[in-house]
Structure formats: C-alpha cells, structure tokens
Design a protein around this ligand. Structure first.
Ligand SMILES: NC(=O)c1ccc[n+]([C@@H]2O[C@H](COP(=O)([O-])OP(=O)(O)OC[C@H]3O[C@@H](n4cnc5c(N)ncnc54)[C@H](OP(=O)(O)O)[C@@H]3O)[C@@H](O)[C@H]2O)c1
Ligand SMILES: *[C@@H]1O[C@H](CO)[C@@H](O)[C@H](O)[C@H]1NC(C)=O
Ligand SMILES: *[C@@H]1O[C@H](CO)[C@@H](O)[C@H](O)[C@H]1NC(C)=O
Length: 191
C-alpha cells in the first residue's frame, strides 16, 4: 500500500485542482500475521499508516481546497485497547508486533485506536487552515466483505446480519453527509 500510495496521488489527484472530501475507509480484519514489503505488520499498515501517508501527500491539496474535510472510518473497537506495555507505559513497538506476539483482534483494535488518535491530531493541526477531520464508527457487525479472512467471523456476521445496518444504508448516509457538507461549504464560501 505504501508503494502504491504515491502512484495513487500522482495518477488520480494531479488532475484535480480541489479535493473537498477525503474518506479513509480501507481496512482489513482478522488477518493471519504477515509483513508488508515495508516490513510492517499488515493490519497496522493498511488500516492506519496507509491513510496517514496518503493524507500527508494530499495535505497541501486539502488546504488549498478549504473548506475541506477528512473522514476516517474507524470503529468503536478502540475503546477496548491501548498501546501500553505490561507496566502501563506507551510502547509503539506493539503496533507492529512479531508473529509470536500477534493477535489479530488486538491488532485490528489498535489500528482503530490509531485512526481516532490520527483524526483528532489532524483536526488540531489542519482546522486552522479550514480542513477538519472526524473519525466515524459506521455500526457494529455490518455485513460487508470484512469478515472473509476467517470462517468463524463469516458465520458470526451472517447470524448478526438481520439485526444490523446494511452497508447500502450506511453508504447512503455517508453520501447524504457529504452532499450536506458540500452545500454548507458552498454557503459558507458565499457568505
Ligand atoms: N463491517 C463492520 O461491521 C465494521 C464495523 C466497524 C468499523 N468498520 C470499518 O468500516 C470500514 C469499511 O469496512 P467494510 O466493513 O466495508 O469492509 P470491506 O467490505 O472489507 O471493505 C474494506 C475496504 O478496504 C479496502 N482494502 C483492503 N485492503 C486494502 C489494501 N491493502 N489497499 C487498499 N485498499 C484495501 C478494500 O478494497 P478492495 O475491495 O479492493 O479489496 C475494501 O474496499 C473499515 O475501516 C472498517 O474498519 C466496519
Ligand atoms: C476488540 O474490540 C472488540 C469490540 O469491537 C471487543 O469485543 C474485543 O474484546 C476487543 N479485543 C481485544 C483483544 O482488544
Ligand atoms: C497507557 O499509556 C498512556 C500514555 O502514557 C496513559 O495515559 C494511559 O493511562 C495508559 N493506560 C493504562 C491502562 O495504563
């Protein structure tokens, strides 16, 4: 993902003069342990670092496009974890653990905590320039393709399906939100 990120930015965004909304949605869940070509644990890199890097590359474009906003699709899983060692001290090496120390659910939860911390810090740094950032929790156990790495999760998501939001309604909400923001943004620019 790191290696393809500069391609994404140069290929897709060099044609655009403005970028008003960037949604950082990509994620993997329940992956068996693996390292990326950058020698980082995959969940951490896909769910957090890839977005972090993309936003760094697009930061100038976003600021030029103000009002603009970044929406980081997180989860409520961040509530269940921290990034601390056994003595309670912040330990960033936990973010890209070795195979022996890897636990897929924990890696996912930590990557989602990184999403929230990143979004909050981005908001602090860029909101004076007219670029806001928010992290959103889309809903619990929505039936998407996120569960496909382990049959047990596929079973659980299938059982929960009648009781949870559908991805269609969620994507519709996101579209309405973006349209609402764009109309508001245009009003703000006019006034
Ligand atoms: N579903 C839920 O219950 C739930 C709950 C809480 C939070 N979320 C969050 O909602 C967001 C969307 O998840 P989802 O449920 O819609 O899952 P999904 O259907 O599996 O979608 C994940 C997206 O991430 C992309 N992706 C995965 N690996 C990638 C990589 N290495 N490089 C680039 N893109 C990659 C996928 O692209 P391809 O289609 O090309 O593979 C796909 O578009 C995620 O951030 C997830 O953490 C979901
Ligand atoms: C991860 O978060 C889920 C909620 O999404 C929670 O049920 C689970 O206990 C957490 N697991 C770990 C290891 O943090
Ligand atoms: C984890 O570390 C952070 C930063 O040092 C600290 O604020 C937090 O209280 C710690 N959490 C736990 C559960 O020890």
């Amino acid at each position: 993902m790191f290696r393809s990120t500069p391609d994404i930015t140069s290929a897709n965004f060099c044609f655009f003069r403005f970028l008003h909304v960037l949604v950082c949605n990509a994620a993997v869940f329940a992956l068996p342990w693996s390292l990326t070509k950058d020698h980082l644990e995959t969940t951490f890199q896909v769910n957090h670092l890839g977005h972090f890097y993309l936003v760094q590359l697009l930061q100038d474009l976003l600021c030029r496009s103000a009002p603009a906003r970044v929406v980081v699709v997180s989860s409520e899983s961040h509530r269940f974890t921290d990034i601390n060692d056994s003595s309670g001290k912040l330990d960033l090496s936990l973010l890209s653990p070795s195979k022996e120390e890897y636990w897929a659910m924990l890696a996912y939860n930590r990557s989602k905590l990184c999403n929230i911390l990143f979004s909050n810090e981005l908001h602090c740094r860029l909101s004076p320039h007219g670029v806001t950032s928010n992290a959103v929790h889309p809903g619990n156990m929505m039936y998407s393709s996120i569960h496909h790495n382990w049959w047990l999760y596929t079973l659980l998501f299938t059982l929960a399906r009648p009781f949870t939001k559908s991805m269609v309604s969620d994507q519709l909400m996101l579209c309405l939100y973006i349209i609402h923001f764009n109309i508001l943004g245009m009003k703000q620019q006019k006034s």
